[in-house]
Ligand binder design. Structure first.
Ligand SMILES: *Cc1c(COP(=O)(O)O)cnc(C)c1O
Length: 393
């Protein structure tokens, strides 16, 4: 059969058609009144999307650039920091903090699991300058309890900043950024925002802005203070990724429509969409006798599924791509071959979710596993029907 190329990877994710057209025809210069108006509107909508009153910065960078900016803007060499690590992205925080000369303590959890709050409490001394964590660990499909961890951090005082990599968490997870006292939360354009890679963003608390005045790590492009000053005038410090801003404006309009005219309500609708797709996918995988990789704390951003015994997930990923045009993510690093990951963040609907599960049934049969066709699809349909019924009541 004909195959359409479809991304099911936790970044980049499928692109919103209206964002694609907005980009294609965009040719505005960035130092013009029209662009300044667009820039200011996007930043204001982004606050609604994140759910914060804090200032938001949007930079031309991949997500990791703003992660690095959080380390260089908020800490000095020799500062004690705590990294919560349960996967490849947690390890990235550790490596980044070490690269900038921080004294790094780590609370870790095995891949596929989340942290013990007691272990975090034990390490949270008053001299800890920052805590770095993920909201959802995209390498394992686990969700971490940001609310509970934020409560611990805020109890330990104002000298410890909480920095959350919400790159796959934003748009798939509920946060009360200001209420919980998250100092910086980071996102990326190629995830739930449904546009191509190239923009990273963050919301920054007053506590964090104050820290930047004394932090001594070198920084230039990612000097958040410079960017904040420019943003107040509707500009970026350097040339912005103008066409991606046009795409972002279109994506925020789409989210606003999802919320019947309200971006914050649209964010909730987008989160509910991911939650439902994730629940359908988990039910479908289990109906085929497959095990989830993070069964106790599954994220809505993506579902990581273990390859059956004796099957290499690399071969499954290859089948998905070659037979169905579906790009599913393999495990990263040590997890390669052991699991595959199906994303739900952003522009996914019922038919995408059902379609990938139907393909999974064929891929399982191709791996010579006994499959009752329709088992995964049917289980997902049951979840959908139950949710749709509740929604109608
Ligand atoms: C995608 C992702 C990143 C950032 O990756 P970039 O390739 O730098 O955009 C960071 N953390 C998580 C949890 C991610 O999913």
């Amino acid at each position: 059969m004909l195959r359409k190329n479809r991304l099911f990877t936790p970044g980049p994710t499928p692109i919103l058609p209206s964002a694609q057209t907005a980009m294609a025809s965009f040719a505005m210069h960035h130092r013009t009144a029209d662009f300044r108006a667009l820039y200011a509107r996007v930043l204001s909508d982004m606050k609604e999307f994140i759910g914060t009153k804090n200032d938001v910065l949007v930079l031309a960078s991949s997500g990791t650039g703003v992660m690095e900016g959080c380390v260089s803007n908020l800490t000095s060499p020799g500062d004690k920091v705590l990294v919560l690590s349960a996967g490849k992205f947690g390890e990235r925080w550790r490596d980044l903090a070490q690269a900038f000369g921080c004294v790094v303590e780590v609370v870790s959890a095995p891949y596929g699991e989340t942290f013990s709050l007691d272990a975090i409490r034990g390490k949270l001394t008053a001299d800890m300058r920052a805590i770095y964590m993920q909201a959802t660990e995209s390498s394992t499909g686990a969700r971490h309890d940001v609310e509970a961890i934020a409560r611990l951090v805020r109890k330990s005082g104002d000298d410890t900043l909480l920095v959350v990599d919400g790159i796959t968490g934003l748009g798939t997870t509920r946060f009360d950024v200001d209420g919980w006292g998250i100092d910086v939360i980071i996102g990326g354009s190629q995830k739930a925002l449904m546009i191509p890679p190239g923009l990273a963003y963050c919301a920054v608390s007053e506590r964090a802005w104050k820290r930047m005045e004394t932090a001594k790590s070198p920084r230039y492009y990612f000097d958040f203070r410079k960017e904040r000053k420019a943003a107040a005038k509707g500009e970026s410090a350097f040339t912005p990724a103008t066409s991606l801003f046009a795409a972002l404006a279109a994506a925020l309009d789409f989210i606003r429509q999802m919320g019947n005219g309200d971006v914050a309500a649209g964010r909730v609708a987008l989160i509910e969409n991911a939650e439902l797709a994730a629940e359908m996918t988990r039910a479908g995988a289990k109906a085929l006798g497959l095990e989830l990789f993070a069964p106790t704390c599954p994220a809505a951003a993506l579902t990581a599924i273990q390859a059956p015994d004796g099957v290499d997930s690399s071969a499954m990923v290859k089948q998905f791509r070659e037979v169905f045009g579906a790009v599913v993510a393999n495990g990263q690093a040590e997890m390669k071959g052991k699991l595959f990951r199906i994303a739900h963040l952003g522009y996914y609907d019922y038919l995408d979710t059902i379609g990938i599960l139907a393909a999974l049934e064929h891929v399982m049969a191709g791996a010579r596993r006994k499959v009752e066709y329709g088992a995964a699809v049917g289980a997902a349909q049951e979840v959908y029907a139950k949710t749709a019924m509740v929604a109608r009541k």
